[in-house]
Design a binder for this molecule. Structure first.
Ligand code: ATP
Length: 313
C-alpha cells in the first residue's frame, strides 16, 4: 500500500488532491506512515507526507489536536522540519513537510560513534531547536533518533515537534506503548505517571541523544524492562573512557534524575563543553525571539550561525 490514490473527495486518481504525487514509503512509525512526494504546484519539489489514519485518533480531531497543528505550522527554525500544509479527508490526515534528504542522523551512528566535535555540532543544533520551541511553549516529549533527521547539507532537522498531544491520544489506546518498545529515551519522571514538566523531559532526552552520539550506544540498557526502569530512575550508566571531563560533566547535568536539579536550556548555553571554541561574547544576551525567522526573513544570530555551521567545533 505504498501509493495512496483516490482519497475521499478527491477525483484526481493519479495525485493526492491534484497537488502531490506520492512516491516511495520513507518509513513508518508507531503513529504514521511517511512517504516521499512531489509538489506538483511547486516545480515538483520533493516533500515528505506523513499520513495518519483518523480512526487511530480516539477522540477524533479534537480542538486540542487542532490547536497543536496550528502551533506547529508556525514553527520556523533552521533545525526543525517545516510543516507546510495539513490536509484531511474523512479517514486520513496528511502532514506535508519539508523532506529531510539526508535521512536519519543515527543511521550513521549504528556501528560507530561520532567525534566530540561532530557530537557538539549536532547537540548545538538540537538545543537550538529545543530552545526555540520551549520559548513558544511547545514541547516535543518524544525526542529520539527516528525524529532526528538530516538535510542535504548534513545539518540536523528535528521532526514531530508539537505532535505530542496527537501521539498521547493514540497512546491512550495502548498502541504507542506496545509498538514503541523501548523507553530508553524517556525521562525518569515520565515513568511514574505523575504530571511532568515537558521542558525538563526534553532536556533529559537531549542528554540520552548526546550520550549516544559520543558513545555509539545507549546509556540505559537492560535485558528486562524493570531493570531498565531502575537504571533510568537512578541514572545508572557508564560513560566510555574516551569521554572528556567537560563532556562527562555536561552529561551528568543532563541525565540528572531529579527534574528540578537538571540543567536548564539557558544553563546549557553557558556550559564550557557546549561553548568550546566559541567566543563567549557571541553568546551573551541572545533572546529566544532571535530565532524567529517568520517575520524577519532568514535572520541568524551568532549562536545560530555557530549552530548551523558545519565546520564549527
Ligand atoms: P513515532 O514512532 O515516533 O511516533 P511516527 O509514526 O510519527 O513516529 P516518524 O518516526 O516521524 O513516524 O516517521 C517515520 C520515518 O519516516 C522516520 O523514521 C524517518 O525515517 C522518515 N521521515 C519522517 N519524516 C521525514 C521527513 N520530513 N523527511 C524524511 N524522512 C522522514
Amino acid at each position: 500500500d505504498s501509493i495512496i490514490v483516490n482519497v475521499d473527495g478527491d477525483d484526481n486518481k493519479s495525485a493526492l488532491f491534484g497537488k502531490y504525487d506520492l512516491g516511495k514509503l520513507l518509513g513508518s512509525g508507531a503513529f504514521a506512515k511517511v512517504y516521499q512526494a512531489e509538489d506538483l504546484h511547486n516545480d515538483r519539489e520533493s516533500v515528505a507526507i506523513k499520513v495518519v489514519q483518523k480512526k487511530r485518533l480516539k477522540d477524533g480531531l479534537t480542538a486540542h489536536v487542532k490547536r497543536e497543528i496550528s502551533v506547529m505550522r508556525r514553527l520556523r527554525h533552521p533545525h526543525i522540519v517545516l510543516l507546510s500544509e495539513v490536509l484531511a479527508t474523512k479517514t486520513k490526515i496528511y502532514f506535508v513537510m519539508e523532506l529531510a534528504k539526508g535521512g536519519e542522523l543515527f543511521s550513521r551512528v549504528s556501528s560507530n560513534r561520532f567525534t566530540e566535535k561532530l557530537s557538539r555540532k549536532y547537540f548545538r543544533q538540537l538545543i537550538s531547536a529545543v530552545r526555540y520551541c520551549h520559548a513558544r511553549g511547545v514541547y516535543h516529549r518524544d525526542l529520539k533518533p527516528e525524529n532526528l533527521l538530516l538535510d542535504e547539507n548534513r545539518d540536523l532537522k528535528v521532526s514531530d515537534f508539537g505532535l505530542s498531544a496527537m501521539k498521547e491520544q493514540i497512546k491512550s489506546d495502548g498502541m504507542l506503548h506496545t509498538l514503541c518498545g523501548t523507553p530508553a529515551y524517556v525521562a525518569p519522571e515520565l515513568l511514574t505517571k505523575k504530571g511532568y514538566d515537558g521542558s525538563k523531559a526534553d532536556i533529559w532526552s537531549c542528554g540520552v541523544v548526546l550520550f549516544l552520539l559520543n558513545a555509539g550506544y545507549l546509556p540505559f540498557r537492560d535485558s528486562n524492562i524493570s531493570g531498565l526502569y531502575r537504571r533510568i530512575r537512578t541514572a545508572q550508566y557508564t560513560m566510555p573512557e574516551w569521554t572528556s571531563p567537560e563532556l562527562m560533566n555536561l552529561l551528568r547535568r543532563l541525565l540528572e534524575p531529579v527534574p528540578e536539579k537538571r540543567i536548564t536550556v539557558d544553563e546549557i548555553l553557558k556550559d564550557p563543553w557546549f561553548n568550546h571554541g566559541v567566543d563567549p561574547s557571541e553568546i551573551v544576551g541572545i533572546q529566544a525571539d532571535d530565532y524567529d525567522l517568520e517575520e524577519s526573513g532568514k535572520k541568524l544570530n551568532a549562536f545560530e550561525l555557530i549552530a548551523s555551521s558545519s565546520t564549527a567545533n
